[in-house]
Design a protein. Structure first.
Length: 311
């Protein structure tokens, strides 16, 4: 779990990272409180910063209700079932508290301070172990009717594709995430393809990761290049659908896998018109995110500055 002190221009002034051990609801809450206390203690060295802390923003696992700050049913935190996280934090610190998922919050941070600054309508995707997305219209996160909108990682691009953990077939997450990249590399090597990826994994197929595929690509490995090029095609198909649905002013890609795929951004942008009916899709910039591993910290802070609850 990461926590930080962020100023109104999006600069992270202090941050800390601690393990999130949540055997039950109380333990999970205690971990969050400990992280917040650590950041507030750091602000004690600058009394003016302590007095100017205006709110607390939290990126929590979903599903959740961003309007009430209730965490509903997160698979990775079984103790939090209909847990009133925002209310519990407000009770402790007497400050305004906003809770949202990391994709939405990171999208807002990029819109306010990052690669989306100056654009009205922003589409953001973070590509890592999975794929998360966020949509910002005119400075507001788009939540949809119940707060469950912008699950772009679970848009299907191949109805005959592999089954995603969400239960659907052929989601972009099961095809283009870091986990998917590692899986395809393992399958190819198990089928007899030679690659330095296996050497980097110590000869163990189950230790192949997306990061190792990226390292092999940087070293000139042909299988790694093939897998990343295929991943770029999957993302192009997906982003073409996003353009046709939303026509954002800018598309921002963040996350660990995004950094690895950045050499393919120009190719994706060039091929986008082939996968979009929008004749002006080539005008939409495709850019890397400003906030890398700090997206959650910046996103939490951005939630505190959003003018009001979004539509």
């Amino acid at each position: 779990m990461a926590a930080g002190l962020v100023n109104s221009t999006g600069e992270i002034r202090h941050q800390t990272r601690t393990p999130m051990v949540a055997t039950d609801a109380a333990a999970g809450l205690a971990a969050v409180l400990s992280a917040i206390d650590s950041v507030r203690a750091a602000a004690n060295g600058a009394p003016e910063a302590q007095s100017l802390i205006s709110g607390i923003g939290i990126c929590a696992p979903g599903p959740l209700d961003p309007r009430t700050g209730v965490v509903i049913n997160p698979p990775n935190l079984p103790g939090w079932r209909n847990f009133p996280l925002a209310a519990e934090i407000t009770k402790r610190y007497r400050l305004p508290v906003r809770v949202d998922n990391d994709g939405n919050a990171a999208a807002l941070a990029e819109a306010l301070w990052g690669a989306g600054r100056g654009y009205r309508n922003v589409f953001y995707a973070t590509i890592g172990t999975g794929i998360g997305t966020g949509i910002v219209f005119d400075g507001h996160i788009y939540h949809g009717r119940t707060g469950a909108a912008a699950e772009g990682g679970h848009v299907t691009i191949d109805y005959r594709g592999p089954r995603c953990k969400c239960g659907k077939l052929g989601c972009i997450e099961i095809l283009a995430s870091g986990t998917a990249i590692a899986r395809r590399a393992s399958e190819q090597i198990a089928a007899g393809r030679s690659s330095s990826i296996l050497e980097q994994a110590g000869g163990h197929l189950d230790r192949i990761t997306g990061e190792r595929v990226g390292q092999a690509y940087a070293a000139g490995d042909s299988l790694a290049k093939e897998i990343l090029q295929e991943t770029a095609v999957f993302l192009t198909v997906w982003l073409g659908t996003i353009v046709d649905l939303l026509e954002p002013d800018v598309m921002i890609i963040g996350g660990g896998v995004a950094a690895m795929l950045q050499p393919f951004f120009a190719e994706i942008h060039c091929l986008l018109p082939s996968w979009s009916v929008n004749s002006r899709s080539h005008e939409i910039p495709l850019v890397p995110a400003r906030y890398g591993s700090d997206a959650g910290i910046a996103g939490g802070a951005a939630l505190c500055l959003e003018p009001s609850n979004t539509p």
